[in-house]
Design a protein around this ligand. Sequence first.
Ligand code: F3S
Length: 65
Amino acid sequence: MKVHVNPELCQGHNRCIVLAPSLFTADEEGFSTENGDGTVPDDQRGKAELAVDNCPEQAISLIHD
Ligand code: F3S
């Protein structure tokens, strides 16, 4: 599973970073991007799903293997 932040939708609410700090990083303007290639370790899957569910802009997508 991978996560991906759509930069055209992200408005910098930062909930993803609070809920799954190992999966996302904010840039200097507060917008989020996935870390690395977005791969979600098995023990982070719940957090990835939480981030998706809590992004007010629905900017985060999950890509299933
Ligand atoms: Fe952006 Fe949504 Fe995270 S708006 S900073 S992807 S909670």
